[in-house]
Write a protein that binds this ligand. Sequence first.
Ligand code: SF4
Ligand code: SF4
Ligand code: FES
Length: 249
Amino acid sequence: MTSKRAAPPEAKKDEAVELPTPVNPQTRMVTVYIMGKRAVVPEHATIMRAIEYTGVQIIRGAGCREGFCGACGTLYRLPGDYRIHTGLACTTLVKDGMSLTQIPAVPMEKAIYDLEQIEATVDTIKKYYPAIFRCVSCNTCTKTCPQGLQVMDYVNAAMRGDIAEVMDLSFDCVSCGLCALRCPAEIVQHKVGILCRRLYGRYLRKESRELDVRIDEIRNGVYDAEYAEMMAMAKEALSEQYYARDIEA
Ligand code: SF4
Ligand code: SF4
Ligand code: FES
């Protein structure tokens, strides 16, 4: 996941990683243990920032840095607490005494299928992910999920062949793989979620006139000028516009 930085990075701007920055002397520092090594880092740092603060460059296990891509799954324990906690390194703040390991990738097998050649039925789920029927309903996956998803419920829905329910319950999954990592039945829940969302999108979704209209507009170049304008914008201005956008509730 990580490698000690030997020299200042000469990465492209978008790939640049912040070097350990001098902190304000007033900043409270906390002690954490990063993969067994003690480090003193600023309070209020995310786990990802804390790792980088120590001079380690994350070359696997970081992507969006905003809680969307699921690349930075992390396990940690806190002092006096017997439980293993999970979180995304880019959005979870350090705590004093935290002992953590960031997981760069959770190894797992991904089923290969041609969406045009399969049916939206429980038999399809069973064929590609038969392990789901080994679920012992322990609910560990739900307790593990940093997105707060009802993971066990969507696994149960998959067993019933309720693809729409799986789509709905797994929609905000970021594929961090932490649920699969902790599942005693060795199920790859998020891959089942992806299969069902694809099946739903291809075979079960209701026709949307609004979507058809929008696709026609895109094909007819209605937004070409707007795209060109955005592509020419500076990163800061683009970022400002992104965060100021209207978000449908
Ligand atoms: S962790 Fe695995 S066995 Fe337990 S409820 Fe979730 S899917 Fe089922
Ligand atoms: S369902 Fe699993 S893979 Fe998806 S966000 Fe939750 S823990 Fe991560
Ligand atoms: S880096 Fe993308 S979710 Fe953390």
